[in-house]
Design a protein around this ligand. Structure first.
Ligand code: ATP
Ligand code: MG
Ligand code: MG
Ligand code: MG
Length: 468
């Protein structure tokens, strides 16, 4: 089953259960300074959950594009993590609750009319005190107790406000993927056997300012299923990268580099990182973000440079990523028309950034090799914060790129030292601004919070290369 069909079926299933289909919102949060990127389906619906806006229909379903940079280290290494992915979600704003949420999830996953998965391959985790969820899974759904795992972490709490237990659904990818004696071999543990596909959050308490929890008069449901993971299950392939969401991008890259996917570990990691990052890059630019040295723009720049570096691992030394824009746009246009509509613009932004970075990359890589050699010669297993900072400041090497390179050579980067060097430079810049005029002091402080996302003209991103 193609990914487009899974998305279509999910929306259709919940439409038939009385849900209103809400279109995917921009990756750039609106009126929400607490978030840099939309990172889940519920993130765009906060206005309903916190009562600011009353939805026309208390049952909502969406397919929402999301970015999570906290998972960047996993990308290319685990089968299931991306920086850009889609979350399919159904939501109840004070309407249905636990029973419907669980029974419908089960129906969607196991009914042959929908996903038709083998019930024996599914297991769940719940919160240890959530007797209601246990009863529904065990008695109503019929999951045997050994496949209902109780985990303390299954509680969703962001401090004050709505909170509650959650339950997660896992697909068993096969016994060979972890040793049953391994203490991490359980759903929710660090392993590749049990793949988390769906999270159902039951927000039923208010976390009060005094720390106590009281039942909410109106309880909510918030769920999220990863489309790429579901696609890997439905297509019966070992990783998300083997699905139709990624293969066209990977194949286009293989063709350019003259390599074959699935033959060499290092090559595959590079292919996966490029495929992952280029989707993020294309969608971020499609939503109006451009590379810069702050906020979202800096995240975008880091991802782009990281992808360029991996393209070089494959022997691609000229701007190339921009040419994947069309491949990404084509695969996603059924539900997301923006990349196709803005293709020429997105290509121009990517190509410009690639060109600029490639100019300094060779020199930077040479310096980086020297830094690594020096560290080894001195018996260090660490690259100092100052060394990493110089690479950043002079060659535009984002620290995670230096880290990747270090990791390949068995070294670590002193991240705290890097942050300190960065902060010291900010401080110097702030002082320099203070000298200019006092009005700019405020501007300077605010600039650190700046998460500019609108396109502000080519000059802005083509001339500034350093943190001011
Ligand atoms: P994991 O434990 O695998 O990191 P998570 O518990 O952090 O996942 P949730 O916050 O519960 O994920 O998000 C809901 C669903 O979204 C997950 O069950 C998964 O299917 C999907 N998902 C979460 N993070 C990612 C990611 N980085 N890449 C792809 N899919 C993801
Ligand atoms: Mg996670
Ligand atoms: Mg999890
Ligand atoms: Mg989860």
């Amino acid at each position: 089953m193609k990914a487009n069909e899974i998305r279509r079926k999910y929306l259709q299933f919940f439409k038939e259960k009385g849900h209103r289909v809400e279109p995917s919102a921009s990756l750039v949060p609106v009126d929400d300074p607490s978030l840099l990127w939309i990172n889940s389906g519920v993130a765009t619906l906060k206005k309903y959950f916190d009562g600011r806006v009353k939805p026309e229909n208390p049952r909502i379903v969406n397919a929402q594009k999301a970015i999570r940079t906290n998972d960047i280290e996993n990308v290319g290494y685990t089968a299931r993590h991306h920086t850009f992915f889609e979350m399919l979600g159904n939501f109840s704003i004070g309407d249905y609750f636990k029973e419907e949420a669980i029974l419908w999830a089960w129906e969607f996953l196991t009914d042959p009319k929908w996903m038709g998965l083998d019930p024996e391959k599914l297991s769940v985790t719940i919160h240890p005190e959530d007797d209601e969820a246990y009863r529904i899974w065990n008695e109503q759904v019929g999951i045997p107790s050994e496949r209902i795992v109780k985990l303390k972490e299954n509680f969703w709490d962001i401090g004050e406000g709505p909170s509650g237990p959650n339950t997660e659904i896992f697909y068993d990818r096969g016994e060979h993927l972890c040793d049953p004696d391994d203490p991490e071999c359980y759903p929710g543990g660090e392993n590749e056997r049990y793949l988390e596909i769906w999270n159902l959050v039951f927000s039923q308490y208010n976390h009060n300012p005094d720390g106590s929890y009281t039942p909410l008069p109106k309880k909510n449901i918030d769920t999220g299923m990863g489309l790429e993971r579901m696609a890997s299950v439905m297509q019966d392939v070992p990783t998300n990268y083997d699905t139709d969401l990624f293969q066209p991008i990977i194949q286009a890259t293989c063709k350019e580099a003259g390599v074959e996917y699935g033959t060499d570990r290092e090559t595959d990691i590079a292919l996966k990182v490029i495929a992952d990052h280029v989707r993020t890059i294309v969608f971020a630019i499609g939503d109006g973000v451009v590379p810069s040295n702050e906020g979202r723009g800096y995240v975008l720049r880091r991802l782009l440079r990281r992808a360029v570096r991996y393209a070089r691992v494959l022997g691609i030394e000229r701007p190339f990523l921009y040419r994947l824009t069309g491949v990404v746009a084509e695969g996603m246009k059924e539900y997301y028309p923006e990349p196709a509509q803005k293709q020429a613009f997105i290509e121009r932004v990517i190509e410009g950034e690639e060109e600029r970075f490639l100019e300094t990359l060779s020199e930077g890589l040479r310096i980086l090799s020297e830094v690594v050699e020096k560290a080894k010669a001195e018996g260090r297993d660490i690259i100092t914060g100052q060394e990493a900072f110089t690479l950043y400041d002079t060659y535009g090497f984002p620290v995670d790129l230096t880290e990747d390179f270090a990791r390949e050579n068995g070294l670590n980067v002193d991240k705290d030292g890097f942050a300190a060097a960065m902060e010291a430079q900010r401080e110097r810049a702030r002082e320099a601004r203070q000298d200019v005029d006092s009005m700019q002091v405020q501007g300077g402080a605010l600039a650190d919070l700046d998460v500019q996302s609108e396109f502000v003209g080519y000059t802005k991103w083509s001339t500034d290369t350093r943190v001011a």
